[in-house]
Write a protein that binds this ligand. Structure first.
Ligand SMILES: Cc1cc2nc3c(=O)[nH]c(=O)nc-3n(C[C@H](O)[C@H](O)[C@H](O)COP(=O)(O)O)c2cc1C
Length: 327
């Protein structure tokens, strides 16, 4: 077992007892999902979905930044390209955050056309100015998350990480794909090993970690200090905890069975309804059904019925049918 993996990670003056982090997922890693993941893992670093600095400063998008208490250890991710607005956003979030993370990896057109997200990898001076401005505004550590580069022939993640370190970030997370790959192909964990010895701050490897076993493999191949897990945490609230148990203690907790997954689904749905109201909560939740009921008999039909159903009691009845069908 890789004993080095269980070491603490120091991000500036914040000590993480775990090398496992939740990846930011817009529209997914909201306050509710983080709260439910925290019931399993007390130590994983939780990260919010990206929070638009423009929206936050204009006070029009505060729902995304909602948190009812400090969810430590927790990092709030901000997104934008104007150093002054990014600094003001970080200041607004500072009290609820242990760490401020800056999004430099989002590949979607809407974001990169405005110089935000991954386009900052093509404009390292602006990325540096943002980090410097955010650092000056807050007294907590600042980190950033980016990709291997813009295109397969312009992978600049090593120099970019060095520049971010010089500018003052205390850790980086790298999604092992380029912007041009979006989410296609497989994450190249081996590329990330090039960072070893090139920066003094910790780095988290990200992309395609789906299980405790793949998490350990990613740590070994990437030589990273930590790992960041995104999409696979949808549909299994215990995944981060199971990864921690495997990496730290060598204990492989099996994946939850169908009945456990349906309980998780129901709890998640109920909490979203309390948080957002019944109709909005049920509509918001549609994206989660396929993740909780993957690979079940008759899955396609059940998924279709769930995502088109707006009546709570009918949803509960479909869940009972799924359980009955699966056992
Ligand atoms: C629906 C969705 C939303 C995402 N939102 C964000 C985001 O807000 N901030 C960010 O840095 N990355 C975001 N990402 C990228 C993920 O954090 C992560 O880098 C990527 O999904 C690869 O990791 P995974 O294979 O573990 O999911 C998003 C990805 C998806 C699929």
């Amino acid at each position: 077992m890789n004993k080095t993996a269980s070491k603490q990670i120091n991000i500036g003056n914040v000590t993480l007892k775990s090398c496992v982090a939740l990846s930011p997922l817009a529209g997914i890693t909201d306050f509710i999902l983080r709260k439910l993941i925290r019931e399993y893992s007390k130590t994983a670093l939780l990260v919010t979905e990206m929070i638009s600095s423009e929206a936050l400063v204009q006070k029009s998008d505060c729902n995304i930044a909602y948190s009812d208490k400090k969810e430590s250890p927790i990092s709030f991710q901000i997104e934008g390209h104007k150093p002054e607005l990014m600094a003001r956003s970080a200041k607004i979030l500072e009290d609820k955050a242990d760490i401020i993370d800056i999004n430099m990896g989002c590949p979607i057109n809407k974001i990169v056309k405005g110089q935000d997200g991954c386009s900052l990898m093509k404009n390292p001076e602006l990325a540096r100015d943002i980090v410097i401005a955010v650092k000056e505004a807050v007294n907590i550590p600042v980190t950033c998350k980016f990709r291997l580069g813009w295109g397969l022939d312009s992978k600049n993640f090593v120099e970019f990480a060095q520049l971010m370190q010089e500018s003052g970030v205390s850790a980086v997370t790298v999604h092992a794909r380029t912007r041009s790959q979006m989410y296609s192909g497989t994450a190249d964990w081996g590329e990330l090993a090039k960072l070893k010895g090139e920066i003094d701050i910790p780095y988290f490897a990200n992309g395609d970690i789906v299980s405790p076993e793949s998490a350990l493999k990613c740590l070994e191949i990437s030589k990273a200090d930590g790992i960041s897990v995104g999409r696979a945490s949808m549909g299994d609230l215990s995944l981060l905890y199971r990864i921690e148990k495997y990496i730290n203690d060598g204990i492989l907790i099996p994946e939850p069975d169908l009945s456990e997954k349906i309980s998780m689904l129901k709890k998640h749905l109920d909490e979203e309804i309390v948080f957002r109201g019944e109709e909005t909560g049920i509509k918001f939740f549609r994206k989660f059904y396929p993740c909780y009921i993957k690979n079940i008999r008759g899955g396609g039909e059940f998924r279709h019925r769930l995502v088109t159903e707006l009546n709570y009691n009918n949803i509960i009845n479909i869940l009972k049918e799924i359980l009955h069908n699966g056992q």
